[in-house]
Ligand binder design. Structure first.
Ligand SMILES: Nc1ncnc2c1ncn2[C@@H]1O[C@H](COP(=O)(O)OP(=O)(O)OP(=O)(O)O)[C@@H](O)[C@H]1O
Ligand SMILES: CC(C)(CO)[C@@H](O)C(=O)[O-]
Ligand code: BAL
Length: 321
């Protein structure tokens, strides 16, 4: 398995693969890998000849009050988890917002050397490094991708700037890795939809695949942030998936008005001491709110359990007529 910290090395490798006639599948992640991510890797292997996984905690998608500094980072553990899956390359840039044009060569090579060393000593990020990473993207970067309507509802309301950061970094990855196929999880439903729309609108020649949401045995949607939960909070958080099961049954039994279904979820979460961020039933492509389930829909949820914000969703089918 190749490990690249430098974007030029990553691009060179991808182009060599292309020249050799290989199809490239790409799985972007923020690391701290779990079985949900590995499921995406398995899917990627079915789609292409070689698989690239990126591991990068992207500073531009975090608001200043969010968990960029404390987000779990474990490069060595992640590489161990990927090894059995015969992933071909891992792209772990130290910083994708460093301005590397128009500088003198010695400053550039010094930055590259220091960034590679830091990435190798993963975990060595200190507060000063993280603060400077956050500042660099605000000071050294001024070009952003916005998916203007899809970025607004749901997570976009409570995390302003989040989808701008995601769309921009995914675009950067697409230009660096140059994949034929890219795999995203439906756990981050709005993110997946937004990337599909961006690829369509900007004519990227990349096939986007959305993979099913993977759950723990007890129903909790797998997520790197689950590690923040205490065991008591984790039990409370099960109220989300429990409520989704109830929604599924209610729809099968003919309850189709969104407000009743939303109320059902809300009560379950509040009863478990969770704080609801949003619960919405939306049309699947546009993510516009629906009053009734009269077309393929999705119920999307975000809720806080203590300091941890979790998201989950379930696709809902309208009744057969
Ligand atoms: N449970 C899951 N099922 C399917 N895909 C998932 C799951 N968890 C994460 N993914 C997908 O893995 C990719 C990388 O996600 P990321 O590294 O942010 O992990 P995460 O578990 O979603 O982390 P976080 O807790 O920060 O939301 C995304 O496409 C995401 O949708
Ligand atoms: C797509 C992504 C890797 C962009 O940073 C991130 O938002 C994620 O892990 O879902
Ligand atoms: N899984 C999406 C990345 C984030 O929440 O920051």
């Amino acid at each position: 398995m190749e490990l690249f910290h430098d974007k030029e090395d990553m691009r060179k490798w991808s182009r060599a693969m292309k020249r050799a006639g290989k199809k490239i599948a790409f799985v972007p992640t923020m690391g701290s890998l779990h079985a949900g991510h590995l499921h995406l890797v398995e899917r990627a292997k079915l789609e292409a000849d070689v698989v690239v996984v990126s591991i990068y905690v992207n500073p531009s998608q975090f608001a200043p009050n969010e968990d960029f500094g404390s987000y779990p980072r474990d490069l060595r553990g992640d590489l161990d988890k990927l090894q059995p899956f015969c992933v071909d390359a891992v792209f772990n840039p130290y910083d994708l917002y460093v301005r590397d044009a128009g500088q003198n060569d010695s400053e550039l090579s010094e930055r590259k050397a220091s960034s590679q060393q830091k990435a190798v000593n993963e975990g060595a990020d200190d507060t000063r490094d993280l603060t400077s990473k956050r500042q660099r993207y605000t000071h050294e970067h001024e070009t952003w991708i916005r998916v203007e309507k899809l970025e607004l509802p749901l997570c976009g309301k409570s995390r302003p700037g989040f989808f701008r950061g995601v769309a921009t970094v995914v675009t950067k990855f697409f230009h660096i890795v140059e994949p034929d196929v890219a795999i995203f999880g439906k756990k981050d439903y709005q993110q997946w939809r937004l990337v599909c729309r961006m690829v369509r609108d900007l004519d990227f020649d990349i096939k986007i695949i959305g993979c099913e949401l993977i759950r723990e045995e007890d129903g909790l949607a797998m997520s790197s942030r689950n590690t923040y939960l205490s065991s008591a909070e984790r039990l409370q958080a099960l109220s989300i998936s429990r409520s989704l099961k109830k929604v599924k049954e209610a729809v099968l039994n003919g309850t189709l008005d969104a407000s009743s279904l939303v109320e059902l979820v809300k009560q379950e979460i509040i009863h478990a001491s969770g704080i609801v961020d949003y619960i919405e039933i939306c049309e699947r492509d546009s993510l516009q709110p629906l009053q009734f389930i009269n077309c393929p829909a999705v119920i999307c949820i975000a809720a806080w359990f203590a300091r941890v914000r979790l998201i989950d969703n379930l696709e809902l089918e309208p009744p057969q007529s």
